[in-house]
Design a protein around this ligand. Structure first.
Ligand SMILES: [Zn+2]
Length: 279
């Protein structure tokens, strides 16, 4: 009986993911890339996809084909095969021309030579996550190539554990305004910006830091300033509330396993949403 339950659970999760992908295609926002080359997942469970620089938009046909193939796969043998359709949804690749145009002047400096990180060092990361309603959602991040594999594996493990993350959108959807993103409880990574209250480049500016469920895990600056402003109910870390990152939290444990440090462990300020990997 346990096997049957597991079967249905896995099957439903995969179908949810496929519906999610199909819905995205219908909206014309699919990140399916034509011309992608697949390096087999020799580095781990999560398949890694790196493309040569994309030649352009995924066409509607390519998107339709990709979804049709995914549906076909699920309809045949994939439900019983550890959810390949789900694993395929976790990948990273170089930025497309369209993505470069979209972020330039928003989360990336308009003048390339001014930046301390090049566009070639950035990667687009595609994931699935379970939202606060238990629904499968697509998520997108941009990060430094140095942590792209880490993020792909961490988010895959969080998804497998049905760890709830409300939103994972590119910060450009918020005009690269970190406050707006945090207020909306959006989890994100790359944003070429300084540390709040300073003129020092944040590790988000190098694509080496990630914020998770920031509304429930605020940044408490020196002087007790809380960011985002609407997170005051979540400053008391002894209080009982959902989505709280602690040392017992799966998210914390996964980031630690991958060599990150946590802003909740900092001495002078506390940034409970923040994980970074700076070697
Ligand atoms: Zn952060």
């Amino acid at each position: 009986m346990k096997i049957v339950k597991g079967f249905w659970k896995k099957g439903c999760r995969i179908l949810g993911a496929v519906l999610c992908l199909a819905g995205l295609a219908a909206c014309g926002e699919a990140a399916v890339e034509s011309g992608a080359t697949v390096e087999s997942g020799a580095t781990g469970d999560v398949q890694t996809v790196e493309t040569a620089q994309s030649t352009g938009d995924a066409t509607a046909d390519a998107v339709t084909d990709a979804v049709a193939n995914a549906v076909t796969d699920v309809a045949t043998d994939e439900i019983t095969d550890e959810g390949d359709a789900v694993e395929d949804a976790f990948y990273f690749r170089e930025l497309t021309r369209e993505e470069i145009d979209m972020i330039t002047g928003v989360s990336y400096p308009a003048e390339d030579e001014d930046a301390q990180i090049s566009l070639e060092e950035l990667r687009y990361v595609h994931i699935l996550h379970v939202d606060f309603d238990g629904q499968t959602r697509e998520g997108e991040l941009i990060c430094n190539v140095r942590i792209a594999q880490d993020l792909t594996e961490i988010f895959a493990a969080l998804y497998e554990a049905e760890y709830a993350i409300e939103k994972v959108r590119l910060i450009d959807a918020y005009g690269a305004d970190d406050n707006r993103s945090m207020e909306d409880n959006n989890s994100s990574c790359f944003n070429y910006r300084v540390i709040a209250g300073t003129d020092q480049l944040s590790n988000h500016g190098l694509g080496l830091a990630v914020d998770i469920n920031p509304l429930y895990n605020p940044y408490i600056r020196q002087g007790g300033i809380v960011e985002p402003y609407n997170a005051v109910d979540y400053v008391d870390r002894e209080a009982d509330f959902p989505h709280k990152i602690t040392h017992e939290d799966l998210c914390y444990k996964l980031f630690m396993e991958h060599g990150f440090t946590w802003g909740g462990d900092w001495e002078n300020v506390k940034d409970y949403q923040h994980f970074e990997k700076v070697e």
